[in-house]
Design a protein around this ligand. Structure first.
Ligand SMILES: Cc1cc2nc3c(=O)[nH]c(=O)nc-3n(C[C@H](O)[C@H](O)[C@H](O)COP(=O)(O)O)c2cc1C
Length: 303
């Protein structure tokens, strides 16, 4: 089913989650081929963009067919978040600007960013209002709080500040990325808002997808962990023939090659994820020691 965020028409209700060191350009293209109707970039540090840090700018790399795209920023300072968003808009094509309000990593929390902002509703409002005048639809991604009334309060602030959609990860900060999804909280948040709500958490297959839609009445679904090394999960949910992990890995490496992707360390991590379930210890060890993309490719000639 189609749905709209602002004027942006999305072909279906399947969204690839922002995932650090996972949702890079080649991976997003693979997920799109398998049916993802919208993809988000991994989280990008607003302060580092302003400092013109090239490895952070690489995370914002995109091409025309990488459409529609949400760019996710994290940070705690209103001025920096506004400036980083302006720079991104100036230099890159993308469709949605997303605010990370859910990252539980200590490094991000210590900067007062990610989920730490959930304790500072006025700061959330300031950041979103500063973005709302940039003429790019804004989204925000939260986690549910132990007390749903707090989540509803935050969600309403986000809506009032000008966001066009809210992504709700149905786990608390303490749960990080595993454990039970709070459907009731997502449903209550959805019911309290006029803007679109994208439900997130624990979707592995079509059955989970349908259950989340039914239980929460949310407008679309975001998929994270089950797409890692397995972009075919989108095709499976759409009841199309999925790409195998092996084919997807070969394509991933081709795409990395064609874009001159040189985050070699994280590329190796991605490779190991595609191999999950079929790797043997010897191959994993060899991959860990690989120093070039050519070397990596030569190890992955499957029979
Ligand atoms: C490896 C990994 C990296 C993640 N990085 C981000 C990130 O950069 N930004 C963000 O908002 N959430 C991030 N998340 C959280 C996911 O976007 C998603 O909310 C979470 O995994 C729950 O969805 P799932 O149950 O389908 O995995 C990450 C999760 C994982 C597993």
């Amino acid at each position: 089913m189609q749905f709209k965020i602002g004027n942006l028409v999305l072909k279906n209700q399947l969204v690839l989650a922002p995932m650090y060191r996972i949702s890079d350009l080649p991976f997003r293209l693979l997920c799109r081929e398998q049916g993802a109707g919208l993809c988000f970039s991994e989280m990008i540090n607003s302060e580092a963009l302003i400092r013109n840090n090239q490895s952070n700018w690489r995370l914002a790399e995109t091409i025309e067919s990488d459409f529609p795209l949400g760019m996710q920023l994290f940070g705690a300072r209103v001025e920096s978040m506004k400036r980083a968003a302006e720079l991104l808009i100036e230099k890159k094509r993308f469709e949605l600007l997303d605010l990370n309000l859910g990252c539980p990593s200590h490094n991000v929390l210590n900067q007062g960013a990610g989920a730490a902002l959930l304790k500072r509703p006025e700061r959330i409002a300031e950041i979103i209002s500063s973005w709302a005048c940039l003429e790019k639809p804004v989204t925000a991604k939260i986690r549910v709080a132990p007390n749903v009334l707090h989540s509803i309060k935050i969600a309403k602030i986000i809506e009032k500040a000008g966001a066009s959609a809210l992504i709700v990860h149905g786990r608390t900060v303490q749960q990080e990325n595993s454990g039970k999804i709070d459907f009731v909280a997502i449903k209550r948040i959805k019911k309290s808002l006029g803007i679109l709500v994208i439900g997130n958490g624990g979707i592995k297959n079509k059955q989970d997808f349908e259950l989340m839609l039914e239980k929460t009445k949310c407008d679309a679904i975001m998929i994270g962990a089950s797409a890692i090394g397995n972009p075919g999960v989108f095709a499976e949910i759409l009841e199309k023939k999925p790409v195998s992990r092996k084919e997807a890995l070969a394509k991933y490496l081709e795409l990395c090659d064609s874009f001159g992707f040189n985050f070699f360390g994280s590329m190796k991590q991605q490779v190991l994820r595609f191999l999950a379930g079929r790797e043997n210890r010897e191959l994993v060890l060899k991959i860990t020691k690989a120093k070039t993309l050519a070397e990596l490719k030569s190890m992955l000639v499957f029979k």
